[in-house]
Ligand binder design. Sequence first.
Ligand SMILES: [Zn+2]
Ligand SMILES: [Zn+2]
Ligand SMILES: [Zn+2]
Length: 106
Amino acid sequence: MADLNVKSVMHRCAFCGNIRVLVAKGLCRQCYKSSLKRDCSNCGKFRLMHARGLCSNCYHSLGVNRHVVCASCGFSLPHYARGMCRNCYNRKLIYALRKKHKKDVS
Ligand SMILES: [Zn+2]
Ligand SMILES: [Zn+2]
Ligand SMILES: [Zn+2]
């Protein structure tokens, strides 16, 4: 029975032509992922892009050297995301999650 279900969502991938489960833009998971890959402007490797033309590896390793004034705590710290240091970003994330949770409960 499970086989029938899987077959009903399978279509011909627009890129590789195989009958697969399509994830986005008429492409199978494999082709869609490779369509997101570019040559990283730092390491030059053909990888999945994270941001600013960099692979996630380079983005985060370069981020370690790129200090910014954190938008939340005001200290000059390695940029992590949204103009904040890793600590503040994680704290905000947890705070937002907790708030959401509280809302759901009450
Ligand atoms: Zn494909
Ligand atoms: Zn890279
Ligand atoms: Zn901070």
